[in-house]
Design a protein around this ligand. Structure first.
Ligand code: ATP
Ligand code: MG
Length: 187
């Protein structure tokens, strides 16, 4: 079905057709927005998977809460990424491939109404995953599956594939004046 046909069908059967959303940009709030949507969806009885690319190291505080709400949380990366420290490591690539496989299954399997691919835009922008695989998963998704991709630097092809694009714009951030990431606020 074409995207237009999906949208038309959705207006006739409200809530039955899943779309593609991208939250990108350099401002704070992309992952937070996706977490908020996951909570809302779970509250409505939708089945939710939250699949995180790139992020390793300490688990962010929202993940156990999502699990308590019945959300399936997947986060294969074990170590902190080397992306910012000069380049992707072998572990980054291994984790990204594992995360992609989980994402593909979660989308194609049809067992979830909402699949969040947190930081998938970053993974694609840095070439940790080939965007071709993400695009194919989006195109082939069962009609009821909504997919949300977050992360800075969404590629043109991912933006093109989305029904909804929100760009968070950084107007000011406390990091700029040296305030460190705070538990419960930034992670
Ligand atoms: P959050 O997880 O708080 O919703 P985000 O998903 O929009 O943020 P990312 O690009 O994933 O932001 O950045 C990861 C980390 O960097 C988070 O701890 C986030 O709070 C922080 N951050 C977000 N925007 C900025 C910014 N403009 N300057 C500095 N740090 C930022
Ligand atoms: Mg984020």
């Amino acid at each position: 079905m074409s995207d237009e046909a999906r949208v038309r069908a959705g207006s006739e059967h409200a809530g039955r057709v899943g779309l593609v959303q991208v939250y990108t940009g350099d401002g704070k709030g992309k992952t937070t927005a996706a977490v908020g949507l996951a909570v809302r969806a779970a509250g409505a009885g939708l089945r939710v998977a939250f699949v995180q690319f790139v992020k390793g190291g300490e688990r962010s505080s929202e993940l156990p809460m999502l699990e308590r709400l019945g959300v399936r949380v997947e986060r294969p990366a074990r170590a902190s990424t080397g992306l910012l420290a000069g380049g992707a490591t072998d572990e980054d690539r291994r984790a990204a491939a594992e995360t992609l496989a989980i994402a593909q299954d979660a989308i194609a399997g049809g067992a979830y109404d909402l699949v969040v691919l947190d930081e998938a835009c970053v993974a694609a922008a840095y070439g940790l995953v080939d965007e071709v695989h993400l695009l194919a998963a989006l195109r082939g998704r069962p009609v009821h599956v909504e997919v949300v991709l977050t992360g800075r630097g969404a590629t043109d092809a991912l933006l093109e594939a989305a029904d909804l694009v929100t760009e968070m714009r950084a107007v000011r951030h406390p990091f700029d004046r040296g305030v460190k990431a705070r538990k419960g606020i930034e992670f």
